[in-house]
Design a protein around this ligand. Structure first.
Ligand code: GLA
Length: 360
């Protein structure tokens, strides 16, 4: 196992970013920068041992700083949307930055995705670890409480990339941390992922309004949202089903089977498997989070920011599996059909998601 690091350029604040390269004994390579804690690339072997980058990204740090889309980024304090960019908690009203129509998306303006995190590295015989920490002061982006967040990326010799998210805050604060990697198991910018097979252990999904704010919990049974039997991502993609058409594809929170039992510090369960029948690449996802935002890259079409190697952005050429609690749950406090989503003073936030790669 090895970790290398090199300076990766300077952001507009004058701070320098570092690019870390984690390599396992089989040559699997993961590049992560401390800017936004962003996964820049993941090179994994196909069934013939050929390494390909299966994680979408840009060529330069400056693209990461200017572009939208959150490619590979850590997302916080609150992943996805908070309706009306404001909320009430414990009798106080908080105003956030509205960066998605009138709503707050992925933590606001700078959020956790556009700042430099503190870093530390370690290796042993079987693991390479990059630990990132970020201190967000009370009131940053409008959120309450001094919040300390630690994210640990670990690559092992079994092909697993684990992401552990730990946090503590001195006031009650909504918190929903995730990573926004865009996967294409056939390779970065290799075309639509419609033929890649997905299994999701999800019993229900959140239907959204036109701004993708969740409005109802619905069973997946009998709908295009049913991935409880593995099926190609494209199989039901174009079906004339209102909840799907409203979002222009999949961009929904899927609630795992028995999600109410999932909790911070809980046991990791296998919740998703994706595979590419052509290359044989497979990705298993284990997590103790209750939900995942399955996003089929419907907004991936910004002509100003070509993907690595100068390839144009193209919708549905990747899928994201953003493990999380339910979006906008801060507006459903006390509603048993929603997750809680608030970290209180004295509590420990501790969730882990593992993406494990293999080929068959
Ligand atoms: C999430 C959202 C999408 C979109 C992307 C970023 O997955 O649910 O609607 O905003 O992030 O482009």
């Amino acid at each position: 196992m090895n970790i290398y690091s090199r300076p990766w350029g300077t952001i507009s604040s004058g701070e320098t970013a570092t690019l870390f390269t984690l390599v396992n004994d089989n040559g699997m390579t993961v590049e992560i920068t401390d800017f936004g804690g962003t996964i820049v690339s993941i090179k994994t072997a196909d069934r013939n041992g050929k390494l390909t980058d299966i994680c979408l990204g840009y060529d330069s740090l400056s693209d990461y700083e200017k572009a939208d889309g959150y490619l590979g980024a850590l997302v916080g304090r609150v992943a996805n949307r908070i309706a009306g960019a404001s909320f009430e908690l414990e009798g106080k009203t908080y105003s956030l930055y509205a960066n998605d129509g009138g709503n707050c998306l992925h933590g606001g303006k700078k959020s956790f995705s556009y700042v430099i995190w503190k870093s530390e590295t370690a290796t042993d015989n079987d693991k390479a670890t990059l630990t990132l920490t970020y201190f967000s002061p009370d009131g940053e982006e409008g959120f309450p409480g001094n919040l300390t967040t630690k994210v640990t990326y670990t690559l092992d010799n079994g092909g697993a990339l684990a992401i552990r998210y730990e946090a503590e805050c001195d006031k009650a604060c909504p918190l929903n941390l995730t990573n926004h990697a865009y996967f294409n198991l056939a390779g970065n910018a290799s075309g639509p992922v419609f033929g890649q097979i997905l299994w999701l252990d999800a019993e229900s999904y959140l239907a959204g309004d036109k701004d993708l704010i969740p409005v109802a919990v619905k069973p997946v049974d009998g709908t295009p949202f049913d991935f409880t039997e593995p099926k190609p991502i494209g199989k039901d993609f174009f079906v004339d089903f209102a909840d799907l058409r409203m979002a222009g594809g999949y961009d929904h929170c899927f609630n795992f089977t028995g999600w109410k039992k999932c909790k911070s510090g809980g046991t990791l369960l296998l919740r998703a498997v994706a595979c590419d029948p052509i290359s044989g690449r497979k990705m298993e996802m284990y997590t103790n989070q209750p939900c995942v935002q399955f996003y089929s890259a419907n907004f991936l079409k910004n002509p100003c920011f070509p993907l690595r190697g100068g390839k144009p952005q193209q919708t549905q050429t990747a899928f994201c599996l953003e493990t999380q609690t339910m979006p906008d749950s801060i507006h459903h406090q006390g509603d048993e059909s929603f997750t809680d989503g608030v970290l209180r003073a004295g509590e420990k936030y501790d969730y882990t998601t593992v993406y494990k790669f293999s080929a068959e």
